[in-house]
Design a protein around this ligand. Sequence first.
Ligand SMILES: Cc1ncc(COP(=O)(O)O)c(C=O)c1O
Ligand SMILES: [Zn+2]
Length: 389
Amino acid sequence: MKSYLSYLECTYCHQTYDAEIPQRLCNDCGKVLYSRYDIDNAKKNFSIGDLSGRAPNMWRYFEMLPVLNVANVVTLGEGFTPIFDAPRLGGRLGYRVLNIKDEGLNPTASFKARGLSAAVSKAKELGIKKLTMPSAGNAAGAMSSYAAKAGLEAHIFMPKDAPDSNKIEVDITGGNLTLIDGLISDAGIISREKAAQMDLFDVSTLQEPYRVEGKKTMGYEIAEQLDWDLPDVIIYPTGGGTGIVGMWKAFQEMEDLGWISNKRPKMFAVQSENCAPIVRAFELDQEFADPWENAKTLASGIRVPSAIGDYLILNSLRESEGGAITVSDEEILAMMRVVGSLEGLFLCPEGAATAVAAQHLLQSGILSEDEKVLLLNTGTGLKYLDMIK
Ligand SMILES: Cc1ncc(COP(=O)(O)O)c(C=O)c1O
Ligand SMILES: [Zn+2]
């Protein structure tokens, strides 16, 4: 198998960069870099038919992933999570077709495994030995686990009130954990300082080009698992936004490969009413989102007051004719019980937020009962036992 990774490109000013040496953000404008692939050759040599018989994990899309040598792939079996029909929940909410992609079945029990599998693999390939990262919680456990598997050093900065499971997971998997009094944005400042002092490579989300490449595989899988016909609507719990922009990138790549048509789902970002920078910017028609003050929600993964990829998230929402919506913690907790009792799925609070959003979007007439809706459950509720009483 051969990766068709070609170069890196700034998503804002389009400056290009060499993908064979470590890169973080654009040197000219400070914005996010994306991996670009040699689509012409990929198209000739990589087809849907090649996927049959490949292992059911995200590396089945190796040609469109950034690791050049397959020996550098650090895997714990991430990806190819099931998409469940949720007819009882669909009936309750009022949709004819409702599906849930269950990312809680990933290693480390959240979709963060995908991004960190890709980023740690690429770091290993580039000869990087020590990693650092701020995390709202789930990314920390994933980074620590994949770094352990790769034999790399992991330094993690996490809010002290993140779920216990996230802290214990880092401890058990041998990461260096620093708990901080503040939010992920404060942890990011410390992580950057430590990176400079201790020669660590900072893998903050979207501040290096490869975590998003792992997360984009959710988009490839959704297409493959739904027989190359994307749903009408995707609802996604948005923090740093890497998942939503990753899926959006995947759809374009698959269209360029000739795998799917130009039909796109409407993309909806869900945030907490007490931490909604993207929703506010969407409503105000802004290109970038102002940081949210006093962010607070039990859905710790979306307790992200500012996102470096804000313009990418907002673009995907607008181009797809989707939108952005807030939900409350009370609604999330109530919905966890509804989904648990109707579908047997113990969603994480962030995942339950997407079901609440689906309900509001139908009630307000923004979506209709005939639209095929896919919810992303980004992790398992079992990681939040201390938050759910
Ligand atoms: C369970 C869960 N859902 C959603 C998110 C938000 O992810 P993204 O950065 O892709 O927006 C996170 C991030 O920590 C998370 O842990
Ligand atoms: Zn740039």
